[in-house]
Design a protein around this ligand. Structure first.
Ligand SMILES: [Zn+2]
Length: 203
């Protein structure tokens, strides 16, 4: 395992072209909503004062859910949220990921998986991932009370690997009916592994 160069973005060589990683606009809208709900008008002002260009424009006027944005914009907004109203507390990024999952994962589940156990739904993580991010492949190897989710062919910013996606996976597993889900990252390209992997366990 190697040390991670930047606790936020990770290995700078891996994240040079985040603007070319397309993701769905509802990720932007969710950030705008999160700031309003968690930090109110002063939080919004703080975030906006730290943004410029495409990221500021996206935060102030979020694209419609189906319009594509990109992970570069997402990372710029998230850094402004972290440095601003979150006061640099990285551990809050997990809560952030979980809250965002609660906004729209129920809709995804209603559309794609009306019925199904947590294992069944988590087993389709690749399909769900493809709804959000248009680069990289997510594979799931899932049993009845635990599973492994592996992401290849796209390095996401490290804070998403380490915090945001863990929170997202826990909330998504819970929304599928699991009790007390716990997700942690076990492998990461930013630490020198060949892929990113998360272990999720629940009751
Ligand atoms: Zn990773």
């Amino acid at each position: 395992m190697i040390a991670v160069a930047d606790a936020f973005l990770g290995n700078p060589h891996l994240v040079r072209d985040l603007e070319r990683v397309p993701c769905k606009g509802n990720w932007v809208a969710a950030r705008s909503r999160y700031v309003d709900e968690q930090f109110g008008a002063s939080g919004r002002q703080d975030v906006e004062s730290r943004l410029e260009g495409a990221a500021l424009d996206a935060f102030v006027h979020p694209p419609l859910p189906m319009v594509m944005s990109n992970v570069g914009v997402i990372a710029a907004i998230d850094r402004a949220i972290l440095d601003g109203p979150m006061r640099g507390r990285f551990e809050r990024m997990k809560h952030f990921g979980a809250t965002i999952a609660r906004y729209d994962v129920p809709v995804v589940y209603r559309v794609f998986f009306r019925f199904g156990s947590p294992g069944f739904i988590l087993g389709r993580a690749g399909l769900i991932y493809g709804q959000y991010v248009k680069r990289g492949k997510m594979k799931a190897d899932v049993g009845t009370t635990e599973g492994e989710i592996t992401l290849t062919e796209v390095p996401l910013p490290y804070y998403l690997c380490e915090h945001g996606i863990c929170g997202w996976l826990e909330a998504a597993t819970e929304l599928a009916g699991a009790k007390m889900p716990v997700a942690r990252q076990t492998r990461c390209v930013h630490r020198g592994d060949s892929e990113c992997r998360w272990h999720v366990a629940w009751r």
